[in-house]
Design a protein around this ligand. Structure first.
Ligand SMILES: Nc1ncnc2c1ncn2[C@@H]1O[C@H](COP(=O)(O)OP(=O)(O)OP(=O)(O)O)[C@@H](O)[C@H]1O
Ligand SMILES: [Mg+2]
Length: 244
């Protein structure tokens, strides 16, 4: 039996008295396209940070293809491409170099890394900007660069934290097509978004987190019945803005 791409058991992450993630269990099978949804502050980015090793946690376990992300960090991290919610690029590198270094960090040889960087920059229409640093890109261009960086080492799992926030329509559709194609080719994708249309179009599984707890997890089709994802999501997260 092969292990799931991501397995989370009993994950708890607290910030002082606040349980940002409150004992969640979650399984993502290889090849799944999961929409990970929830209101602002629900715990989505905190969960992603635990999967990618960006933050520690108090209890529970996170496994990537059966390997523990804490004990086996060096083996699990290269399997993941992360497109974070916030821009966090090195301002002293050209965007091409930045991608090459990122790939090198995960063991891709320089010539191959340069080739991949070039292809990704061209696909996301950043080819002409290859020699400048990220501060000189527009907001939408920075978002595209985040995607290029997540993909440059050809990871098995792609984790995307609001990848189309601030994207114009053309870019949004381009990203959607790209992700659909990647998933068809077998890439496992874990996507956070506040755009229900995006989740509904792209994902085959939906997981909803609310105040640190998973309140739904399963097939999109089973969840929806004859409702739209927007209707169902509002029904499940009703009252999310209230102080607890
Ligand atoms: N470094 C931190 N220190 C203290 N509290 C934090 C920290 N990071 C997150 N939190 C808190 O943890 C909770 C979950 O935050 P998280 O960033 O995971 O939410 P989210 O679901 O990603 O929301 P959004 O949709 O707004 O991005 C929030 O109440 C937030 O204020
Ligand atoms: Mg977030």
């Amino acid at each position: 039996m092969t292990a799931d791409a991501i397995t989370i058991q009993g994950l708890v992450k607290s910030y002082g008295a606040l349980k940002a993630v409150d004992g969640i269990d979650l399984a993502v099978a290889e090849g799944d396209f999961v929409a990970f949804l929830g209101p602002n502050g629900a715990g989505k980015t905190t969960t992603i940070n635990a999967i990618t090793g960006l933050s520690n946690f108090q209890s529970g376990s996170v496994r990537v293809f059966g390997m523990d992300v804490v004990a086996d960090y060096r083996r699990t991290r290269p399997l993941i491409g992360l497109c974070p919610q916030e821009f966090n690029f090195d301002p002293f590198l050209s965007i091409h170099k930045l991608l090459v270094y990122q790939a090198g960090y995960f063991g891709v040889a320089p010539a191959e890394a340069s080739h991949r960087a070039q292809e990704l920059l061209r696909y996301f229409r950043l080819g002409e900007k290859r020699n400048i640093d990220f501060r000189k890109l527009s907001g939408g261009m920075k978002r595209r660069l985040l995607l290029c960086r997540a993909l440059v080492h050809d990871p098995k799992i792609l984790i995307l934290d609001e990848p189309t926030a601030g994207a114009d329509l053309e870019l949004k559709y381009r990203i959607w097509d790209f992700l659909t194609d990647l998933n068809r080719k077998g890439k496992t994708i874990f996507l956070t978004t506040h755009y229900m249309e995006e989740a509904e179009r792209l994902a085959n599984k939906v997981t909803i987190i609310h105040r640190g707890k998973i309140i739904h997890q399963g097939d999109k089709a089973t969840l929806l019945g004859n409702q739209t994802l927007e209707q169902k999501y509002l029904e499940l997260t009703k009252g999310a803005g209230e102080e607890s």
